[in-house]
Structure formats: structure tokens, C-alpha cells
Design a protein around this ligand. Structure first.
Ligand code: PLP
Length: 443
């Protein structure tokens, strides 16, 4: 018996090797990484140029504590991240994962407010559903019941507004009135809580696992920016999953051209080669916090030179190979193919996303949006069938985390049109098996 444990008793085969979009277990079975792990392995596995860069860095140094040395790798990666970020956000704070990036952004926001003499601002508004991380600070702003509930008494309650799930509310995502409708919920919340108490609003520009690649309705991103500015509320873009080129732009919010005050980045930033993340902040915020005595926050592995050298090589690869553009192109193709599956499977109720951050949602009735019975555990079952067939996809419950079933289909950004055919063939076969298992009153 393994001494290792994670969330459940789920048993998985041992990984032997991985290359490109494929993984092999020790029995020789091949899997397509149709979810890039957890939307992490954006440039695919075992990229030789990234491995070379890591090897080169390892030969010179693998650790230089940030309070003792600066390193070329971390300086160069900070320059690169700042160059990719919107104007005015040029200061980079390295971390080792997404939850740490969220914690860092929230703490930077709070210390900036203190530096401004705004000590009464401490509430961070977020959305339901949302996912911002599993540490207690990040979890307090996460709108996903099953993950947060056990810890509720240990966390400060933070206000939540509904995520703009226009497809469930029967609203037109392309209508600016829809964007305004959901943005107004934020403004109403700010006003009812007392604007002088609101520190920040945190939002995933294109939704991740909790909403299943939710795309904001027309005008929403611009409207929330205006509302935050009007009330002196800092805007945090959590680009942990949507950043790094996956949506067809380097940052998800680049689709709308809006500028936040703080950005959280991880996952595709290290591409699965190393634990790496970053919080990118407005220059003047950082200066104010440093002037006021310093940022009271940090993690031991921050700015690790090996992680930064790998991150730099990952971005180089994305740029040299045009992978962001490929994510946009292949994403359009894959989305069209997923939409085509709706003809064959009436239980596919919605297909959504941008670039290669894509998801489909199963429903008992596409028109009423009624979810499949929760006890069917469709979100687990279809993933298991696909896994058996050699296709890895990623699922979550859609409705508050307790019912509804969506599936992220997010292969690496190097995926080719032929590989899209492979993914769709395996998914089609898996859906067929799942469909045949359904009770007669649903199928
Ligand atoms: N924020 C978003 C949007 C995420 O999708 C995730 C992870 O899925 C996190 C934060 C937390 O990242 P990590 O699991 O690296 O701590």
C-alpha cells in the first residue's frame, strides 16, 4: 500500500514517461493529456529546450536565497513578465504556485490600503462559483462550497457576487446589457457592504475549473474595472489558469484590453516543469508599500533560480513557436468539434471557453438547463471512462459545487489538428459509453 495520500483513495497507475501531449504508464498504456494535467502543461511534456535551460541553470546554481542574492534567471523572468503585463504593472513578486499568488495579491492590496491610510478596507469581494486556491486566505475568497465549508469557522467571511453564468440565466452573452446586469451586482454589493470597507475584487477573466471556462459577457470586464475605480476598490485578475497564452492571448483579460491593479499567475507560467507563480503589481503600489516599511510577506522558494530559468525557457518557447496563436487557432477548431458533438449527444447542454481553455457541460435537458441527477456522479464517471480509453479530461461540479457536471478539454498549446481528431474520437467513444449507461428516462 502506498504511504502517499491526497484527497481520496483514488488509485492511479504509475507514470513512466511523458512527451508532447502524451503520457505513458509503466504498463506501456498511452494517454492523451487532454487537460494538460490541471491546465498546467501548456507547452507539452519534456520539451528539450526547456530541459536544456534547466540543466544549464543547475550546473551553475540551484538555489540562491532572495535575501542573500539576486539571480540572473529571476531578474530576466521578472523583466519578461513585466513586459507581457499591461502598462503600469511592472513589479513582480515570485511564488511557487497559484494559491501563493492569490495570498500575495490579497496581502499586497491590504498593505497598499494601509500605506494609503485606508485601514478600514479589508473585504475582498469574489464570485460564486470561483476558485482562487486552497490556503485559508485564498479559500476565504473562493466560491466553491464543498472545498470551503469544512473550514468556514476558521475563515473571515468575504462577500460573494454571482459569476456571470448567462447561459444558466437564459441571457445573451453578446448583449452588453447582460454584462451590465452582472457588473451591477458587484456595484450593489460594494454599496451595501460600505465602499469604504472594500479592499479588492478578485476575478478569473476566463473562468477555470469551478465554472468550466466561463467567458464573461459583453462589456462585463470593462464595467467591473470602472466600478472598482469609482469606489477605490483594487481589481485583482486571477490569471493562474487563464494566463500564459492558453486562451489565445498571453493574459485572459487581454481579450478585453482591461488593466487590473494586480495579477496572479502560475500553472502555465512554469508549464509543469517547476513549481512557479507570480504576483504582478502596479509600480506605484509597490513603491508605496516599500516606503511604508516593506511587504510583510514571502515564501522560502520564491524566485528560485532553477524555477525562474525554466519559466523563462517556457515563455521563450511560447513566443518562438507561436503557441499563443496556436492556442487560438486550435482552440477554435476544438470548440467547433465539441459543438458538433452536441448534435450526437443531447446531454451536452453547453460548450464554452476561449482558445484552449474549453469546457462542455452535461445536462438532463439542454433547454431547461436541468442538471443530470447528482447521484449519477457524471462528473466522475465520464472522466473514468475517458481515462480507460486513454484520454485525460478534467471535471468539476458546476452548480455551487454540489450538482451539475462540466468537463474541461484543455490539451497543451502545441496540439495539432490531427491530435484534435484523436481527442474527439476518444471523447466521442467515451460519451457513447456514458450515454449507453444512462437510465432510460434521461438517455
Ligand atoms: N487560481 C486559479 C484560477 C486556479 O485555477 C488555481 C488552481 O487551480 C489556483 C488559483 C490555485 O493554484 P494552486 O493549485 O497552484 O495553488
Amino acid at each position: 500500500m502506498s504511504r502517499l495520500f491526497y484527497q481520496t483513495r483514488l488509485e492511479r497507475p504509475a507514470l513512466e514517461r511523458a512527451e508532447g501531449i502524451y503520457l505513458w504508464d509503466t504498463s506501456g498504456k498511452r494517454y492523451i493529456d487532454g487537460s494538460s494535467g490541471a491546465m498546467v502543461s501548456n507547452i507539452g511534456h519534456s520539451n528539450p529546450r526547456v530541459l536544456d535551460a534547466m540543466r544549464k541553470q543547475m550546473e551553475s546554481s540551484t538555489f540562491g536565497y532572495r535575501l542573500h542574492f539576486k539571480t540572473e534567471a529571476s531578474e530576466r523572468l521578472a523583466d519578461k513578465a513585466a513586459a507581457l503585463a499591461p502598462e503600469g504593472l511592472n513589479r513582480v513578486f515570485f511564488v511557487s504556485g497559484g494559491s501563493e499568488a492569490t495570498e500575495s495579491a490579497i496581502k499586497m492590496a491590504r498593505q497598499y490600503a494601509l500605506a494609503q491610510g485606508d485601514a478600514q478596507r479589508f473585504k475582498v469581494i469574489s464570485r460564486t462559483p470561483s476558485y482562487h486556491g486552497s490556503t485559508l486566505g485564498a479559500l476565504a475568497v473562493t466560491g466553491y462550497g464543498p472545498l470551503a465549508a469544512p473550514f468556514d469557522p476558521m475563515m473571515r467571511p468575504m462577500p460573494k457576487v454571482p459569476a456571470p453564468r448567462a447561459y444558466l440565466d437564459g441571457l445573451d452573452i453578446d448583449d452588453r446589457a447582460t454584462g451590465q446586469h452582472y457588473a451591477q451586482m458587484l456595484e450593489d454589493m460594494i454599496v451595501s457592504e460600505g465602499p469604504e470597507t472594500i479592499l479588492a475584487f478578485i476575478v478569473e477573466p476566463v473562468g477555470g475549473a469551478s465554472t468550466g471556462a466561463l467567458v464573461p459577457p459583453a462589456g462585463y470586464m470593462q464595467a467591473i474595472r470602472e466600478i472598482c475605480t469609482r469606489h477605490g476598490v483594487l481589481l485583482i485578475h486571477d490569471e493562474v489558469m487563464s494566463g500564459g497564452g492558453r486562451t489565445g492571448r498571453f493574459f485572459g483579460a487581454d481579450h478585453w484590453g482591461t488593466t487590473p491593479d494586480l495579477i496572479c499567475l502560475s500553472k502555465g507560467f512554469g508549464g509543469g516543469y517547476v513549481p512557479l507563480g507570480a504576483m504582478i503589481a502596479r509600480d506605484d503600489m509597490v513603491e508605496a508599500v516599500l516606503d511604508a516599511g516593506g511587504f510583510a510577506h514571502g515564501h522560502t522558494y520564491a524566485g528560485n533560480p532553477l524555477a525562474c530559468a525554466a519559466g523563462l525557457a517556457v515563455i521563450k518557447e511560447i513566443e518562438a513557436e507561436g503557441l499563443t496563436e496556436n492556442a487560438a487557432k486550435i482552440g477554435d477548431l476544438l470548440k467547433a468539434r465539441l459543438e458538433a458533438l452536441m448534435q450526437r449527444y443531447p446531454i451536452i447542454g453547453d460548450v464554452r471557453g476561449k482558445g484552449l481553455l474549453l469546457a462542455f457541460e452535461l445536462m438532463a435537458d439542454r433547454h431547461t438547463k436541468e442538471a443530470l441527477p447528482a447521484k449519477l456522479n457524471a462528473y466522475n464517471r465520464l472522466v473514468e471512462i475517458a481515462y480507460e480509453n486513454g484520454l485525460i479530461i478534467y471535471s468539476r461540479r458546476t452548480r455551487g459545487g454540489y450538482s451539475g457536471d462540466h468537463f474541461l478539454v484543455c490539451p497543451p498549446m502545441i496540439t495539432t489538428p490531427e491530435q484534435v481528431d484523436e481527442i474527439i474520437a476518444l471523447l466521442d467513444a467515451s460519451l457513447g459509453t456514458f450515454f449507453d449507461e444512462l437510465p432510460a428516462n434521461i438517455a
